[in-house]
Design a protein around this ligand. Structure first.
Ligand SMILES: [Zn+2]
Length: 131
């Protein structure tokens, strides 16, 4: 049994559907969607390619949204002042352990406070005087 090749019309409809996709994704989807036509009857190919054309804008929107989410995740950077070590520390306390810590308001950097600075008085020198 021979495999039915895509008709010229169905191939052109796929080409039109793919034309609205972002340029970086276009060739991949062109190959993938064109390959889907193989084995279908000519009428089924036309219906399938027409459906692709109708949903091309929805696919484009999804691809653009996904791409921008990925870009957001990969381009998140520390503010310059934090990269240079000038954090804006905010002193906080863990309500359960009562341990104090600092967290940067700009980049969420975490810095544990030494026990001696816990504000419990000068009598707490149990850490060996390291701090
Ligand atoms: Zn910071």
């Amino acid at each position: 049994m021979s495999v039915t090749r895509p008709t010229r019309t169905a191939g052109r409809l796929v080409g039109l559907a793919v034309a609205v996709l972002p340029a970086t994704q276009r060739s991949r989807y062109a190959r993938e969607l064109y390959a889907e036509l193989y084995g279908m009857t000519p009428l089924h190919q036309l219906r399938h390619a027409g459906g692709l054309l109708l949903h091309a804008w929805a696919l484009r929107s999804a691809l653009v949204a996904t791409h921008s989410e990925e870009t957001d995740m990969t381009t998140t950077t520390k503010p310059l002042r934090c990269r240079l070590g000038f954090h804006r520390w905010d002193e906080r306390e863990n309500p359960e352990t009562r341990e104090r810590y600092q967290i940067c308001e700009r980049c969420d950097a975490y810095h544990e406070r030494p026990r001696a600075a816990a504000g419990t008085g000068s009598a707490s020198t149990t850490n060996g005087g390291m701090f």
